[in-house]
Design a protein around this ligand. Structure first.
Ligand SMILES: Nc1nc2c(ncn2[C@@H]2O[C@H](COP(=O)(O)OP(=O)(O)O)[C@@H](O)[C@H]2O)c(=O)[nH]1
Ligand SMILES: [Mg+2]
Ligand SMILES: [Zn+2]
Length: 343
């Protein structure tokens, strides 16, 4: 009991200190904003949010003589929450500081639940999800299908990337080829590369050019290796920027946007690499299996669960090979993993 009270008192103290710290930061922020707004601000122009810090964002100028330069920006009150990848209207101040005036509409949003379980956007305007897998750790079709459902749900094109092609041998090649064939047959783009040996990397660079990508996939498949190979000297690129914001309260907590030297953008953070299937409904899962699209709504029973029902359009398609058994198994596996009320 005494211990719990002590903990409560400690917690209260910690919360108080954190609250005071946040209040001081907010005050500093509004004073800085006031000073900035009182000075000479440059014209309104478009920019790209490349990183997000507690109360500020880093914006890359997209047009005019400042294009390509990075500015730390204060946020005007009443702006919606900004994330990396957002396009904004902003005005430059002096000494690399600016003000965000407005957020431009997003084409896509990647969301994740926060610590309270609430879905929060973590990246905006991503248009390519690179789903990475490898001969080792052994790929699970089920996991790939989860990523595909997530990509379809977010309305973002997927690219299936088999890394560690140098590890393909007589023992694993049959199963791997069968796996790749399933996705090729569905019309998904599939690429084989080796981050270590460099095979296929030029092709990958071409596919990334012109897109804002994220890399996802299970641990150990080589995402870090791929990113390091595609972004040589990433540390030196990050270094000078973080000096600007190196104060304790401004440590980056979210994703950062990088430019691939070969063209295209990457939005990256550990959180994004683990991006998976969150908060989807039974309908979302069905919609995520693209080969189901022309069949859904054609079952005899309107509330068909595609399980054992007679006249089920999906089961008929499974029977005559229009749906591949492995995909049907994945579909059932994913459904069974949803919270009960969604199922
Ligand atoms: N043989 C081989 N190993 C690789 C390749 N890419 C990455 N690895 C290795 O796979 C392991 C996991 O790589 P890492 O990039 O940390 O994977 P991550 O967890 O997805 O970020 C490391 O030991 C890498 O050296 C590759 O193309 N070929
Ligand atoms: Mg890694
Ligand atoms: Zn059915």
């Amino acid at each position: 009991m005494a211990k719990r009270q002590l903990n409560r008192r400690q917690n209260w103290r910690i919360e108080k200190i954190q609250g005071e710290r946040a209040a001081r930061a907010a005050k500093r922020e509004s004073q800085a904003l006031e000073t900035l707004e009182g000075g000479d601000l440059g014209p309104e122009q478009t920019g790209l949010v490349i990183a997000h810090f507690g109360v500020q964002v880093e914006v890359e100028a997209l047009e005019g003589e400042l294009a390509g330069q990075v500015f730390r920006c204060h946020l005007r009150a009443n702006l919606p929450a900004l994330v990396t990848g957002d396009q904004v209207v902003w005005r430059p101040g002096n000494q690399g500081i600016g003000v965000i005036v407005a957020q431009l509409p997003r084409s896509t949003e990647l969301c994740r639940p926060d610590t309270r379980g609430q879905l929060k956007p973590v990246a905006a305007n991503v248009d390519l999800i690179v789903i990475v897998f490898a001969p080792l750790p052994e790929p699970h079709a089920n996991l790939i299908d989860r990523y595909l459902v997530a990509a379809e749900h977010a309305g973002i094109h997927p690219l299936l990337l088999l890394n560690k092609a140098d590890l393909i041998d007589e023992q694993n090649s049959v199963a791997l080829n069968a796996l790749l064939a399933v996705y090729r047959q569905l019309g998904y783009p599939v690429l084989e590369v080796s981050a270590h040996e460099g095979d296929g990397m030029e092709q990958l660079k071409k596919q990334l050019d012109g897109h804002v990508s994220v890399f996802v996939g299970q641990s150990g498949v080589g995402k870090s290796s791929l990113v390091n190979s595609l972004l040589p000297g990433i540390e030196t690129r990050v270094g000078p920027l973080s000096e600007l914001t190196g104060k304790g309260t401004h440590t980056t907590t979210t994703a950062r946007l990088f430019h691939f030297p070969g063209g295209g953008e990457l939005i990256d953070s550990p959180g994004i690499r683990e991006f998976g299937l969150v908060h989807v409904s039974r309908e979302d899962v069905e919609a995520g299996f693209i080969e189901f699209q022309e069949l859904l709504g054609h079952c005899r029973f309107r509330d068909c669960k595609h399980d054992r029902e007679p006249g089920c359009a999906l089961l008929n398609a499974l029977e005559d090979g229009r749906i591949q058994p492995q995909r049907m198994a994945s579909y059932r596996h994913i459904l069974a993993s949803l919270p009960q009320d969604e199922y």
